[in-house]
Design a protein around this ligand. Structure first.
Ligand SMILES: C[S@@+](CC[C@H](N)C(=O)[O-])C[C@H]1O[C@@H](n2cnc3c(N)ncnc32)[C@H](O)[C@@H]1O
Length: 234
């Protein structure tokens, strides 16, 4: 019901009439296996988040959700997670490998951001962080090129798990989000994107340097959805 009211208010951003089913949520979480850090993009009502938290209790969890009411609800429901109420592209561009940095803008990006995306109405913090989570793994903040297990045994690999509605996002937001995801996957060796789509083709054109892999199709979802993963091409 909550997603439906957001669909009416912000149809291009919400992109779905119903929250992801538990079957789709489980399939998305399955595709994040092996990650030590999970960044969920467009966490919405938390349907996928619940599966991620259940199936990957040892991974740090960063939840990104643009709509303030949904972001606040996520912060209440998932106190173990860092919740950021900013556009996904901003968070990915500011992600320095340490969950404590997620959502904190790098100065060089400020002008680009101001030019391309409107600043949403955020919570009390200017950096959009609503829930602090307990996910700081105490590392040195440099996970780039770090695909080995850390001293705590947690993999340094990062899975981006996205419910972003690429087919309905406004063109400028689509382009900036796509660019930020591809940059992120290039910067963080061993990272990958998990994305579902309702269409019978890959979620978006990633270009020749990347490879989409088609995963499971969940027919017990309204509408049926297919899980895809994206990695840099070998
Ligand atoms: C399909 S809905 C949520 C799906 C979610 N798995 C659920 O079951 O509730 C997509 C979500 O992405 C959010 N969103 C859209 N564009 C975004 C952006 N650029 N950055 C962050 N979140 C965004 C919307 O506010 C919406 O909550």
């Amino acid at each position: 019901m909550q997603l439906l009211s957001h669909l009416i208010r912000a149809p291009a951003l919400t992109g779905a009439v119903a929250p992801s089913s538990q079957f789709l949520a489980r399939a998305m979480a399955d595709a994040a296996r092996g990650a030590g850090h999970i960044v969920e993009l467009g966490a919405g009502t938390g349907a996928v988040t619940r599966a991620l938290a259940r199936q990957h209790p040892d991974a740090t969890l960063t939840l990104v959700e643009l709509q303030p009411a949904l972001a606040r609800r996520l912060a209440r429901s998932f106190p173990q997670a860092r919740v950021v109420g900013q556009p996904a592209a901003w968070v990915l561009d500011g992600y320095e490998g340490d969950v404590a940095q997620a959502g904190t803008a790098r100065p060089a990006l400020a002008a680009q951001r101001a030019a391309s995306l409107p600043r949403p109405a955020l919570g009390p913090r200017a950096d959009g962080v609503l829930g602090r989570g307990d996910g700081d793994d105490g590392d040195d903040g440099d996970d780039s090129d770090d695909s080995d297990d850390g001293a705590d045994g947690r993999s340094g690999r990062i899975a981006l798990v996205s419910s972003l509605p690429f087919r309905s996002l406004p063109p400028a937001v689509h382009a900036q989000t796509r660019r930020a995801i591809l940059d992120f996957l290039t910067r963080h060796t061993g990272s990958w994107l998990v994305q579902f789509t309702y269409a019978p083709r890959a979620p978006f054109d990633a270009g020749p340097g990347f490879r989409w892999m088609r995963g499971r199709t969940i027919v017990a979802n309204i509408p049926p959805a297919t899980v895809w993963t994206l990695t840099p091409a070998p």
